[in-house]
Design a protein around this ligand. Structure first.
Ligand code: HAM
Length: 412
């Protein structure tokens, strides 16, 4: 026998049994975001590598070591998208969306790719749902987006996610703070991990994210940007908090919250869930007021989030069962007549099926049971029919022509 192929490391197959739970997550996101005026956008699965180097940031883990980058046959460097925000800003600029009424509110869902060490909840190909509102600096938008993600998580059965909230202030204020943090890190250099030490200059904030024990101890006493917010940054953050309070969305202030992407300023947030273990981030995001301009567009404030579909699935308290069909038709006689009846039932909006493997009558009944159908419609040779309720076993005579009406077919 030939060697079996395996799915690449860090990837997975989505099997029919998983579909109902996934549809619940997509459906909740679609509904909530559509109702709030977010229109769907789809961007390519791969982009020019430079978009992410610039947009996500050269010093981030994503750009330094997690991108699936390759040269295409024409010698251009392309990258499987590791995230959706930079591509959406690219599309916003390319399509002149700054001429539309602002903010432009966009929603998306699809696969993303990061070369990370696979473990539970961490994959190399994973799916995100996401939302971006581009073109408004108002704290109303930050709050609207956070509340939407909170509601989506509750809708799918994660009412207990914890919201961590912080603010990174403006780039100017953060530049001063970063200098202060660099000074602090240098004073404690000997206790830090090599990785953190190497990045004191390029990305000192990442020290907050380290799992290195020595670094963690040092960081407990590190200065925090959240304590240094001033002026409009402080006002903005206070307004976001007030809006969340008013909406009844609880949060924990976390001055050590750093996101793995460079484009953020002001509000940043993350929803986490204890049921997830080490990879506890369900979703996160924040403001990125400089990104559109960085990518060559007009200066445009923006805010958004993305959440991991697989993480949400892991954190759901109960998983929806796969959808079952309404009726499985079993026949002791003419198979073509059974097939015609199934066709009519489907046209009438019912989920209907029949045996397609020439099974005996007994075999078909077994198949009806295995199919999980709510009812079996048993066609007798003489043109009469019986409807069997598969869970109770109750059986009664029926007119096959009236089944659709009886079982509530939607009609097409
Ligand atoms: P992110 O925090 O890098 O943000 O990713 C968002 C979510 O995607 C994470 O919270 C996690 O649930 C999921 N995720 C990330 N990496 C993996 C992985 N390797 N395996 C499974 N799930 C994963 C962003 O991507 C930003 N674009 C969010 C954003 C939108 N900020 C502003 N707008």
């Amino acid at each position: 026998m030939a060697a079996k192929h395996q799915a690449p490391k860090g990837t997975f197959d989505v099997l029919p049994a998983d579909e109902a739970a996934r549809a619940t997550v997509s459906g909740a996101a679609r509904e909530r975001l559509r109702a709030a005026g977010y229109a769907r956008i789809e961007t390519p699965i791969f982009e020019d590598t430079g978009l992410f180097e610039r947009g996500v940031g050269e010093s981030t883990d994503i750009v330094r070591k997690e991108m699936f980058t390759f040269d295409d046959q024409g010698g251009r460097s392309v990258t499987l998208r590791p995230e959706g925000t930079a591509p959406i800003c690219r599309a916003y600029i390319a399509h002149g969306m700054h001429r539309l009424p602002q903010p432009v509110k966009l929603a998306y869902e699809g696969p993303f790719f990061r070369y990370e060490r696979p473990q539970e909840g961490r994959f190399r190909e994973f799916n995100q749902i996401g939302a971006e509102a581009i073109g408004s600096a108002s704290p109303l938008v930050d709050a609207e987006l956070i509340i939407l993600l909170d509601r989506i998580l509750t809708d799918v059965g994660i009412p207990d996610a914890e919201l961590l909230l912080s603010s990174l202030g403006s780039p100017e204020a953060r530049a001063d703070y970063r200098d202060e943090l660099r000074g602090f890190l240098r004073d404690h250099e000997s206790d830090l991990s090599d990785e953190v030490r190497e990045r004191i200059d390029s990305n000192p904030m990442r020290a907050f994210d380290s799992d290195h024990a020595g670094t963690r101890t040092v960081m407990e006493n590190a200065p925090r940007m959240l304590d240094r917010l001033g002026g409009e940054d402080a006002e903005h953050f206070a307004a976001v908090r007030e809006l969340l309070d008013e909406a009844g969305v609880a949060y924990t202030l976390d001055g050590s919250l750093v996101r793995g992407l460079d484009y953020y300023n002001r509000t940043v947030f993350e929803f986490t869930c204890d049921r997830l273990g080490a990879q506890s981030g369900l979703g996160g995001g924040g403001r990125y007021d400089g990104l559109v301009e960085l990518l060559g567009g007009p200066a445009t404030p923006a805010v958004g989030w993305a959440a991991g579909v697989e993480r949400i699935l892991l954190a759901m308290e109960t998983r929806p069962e796969p959808e079952t069909i309404d009726v499985f038709v079993v026949t002791g006689g003419d198979r073509a007549a059974a097939s015609a009846l199934v066709r009519r039932l489907r046209d009438d909006g019912l989920a209907a099926d029949l045996d397609l493997a020439e099974r005996s009558f007994k075999g078909q009944m077994k198949q009806a049971d295995r199919s999980g159908a709510r009812h079996a419609l048993i066609l007798e040779g003489d043109g009469t029919a019986k409807l069997r309720d598969m869970s109770s076993g109750d059986q009664r005579d029926v007119d096959p022509g009236a089944i659709a009406a009886e079982l509530g077919g939607g009609g097409r």
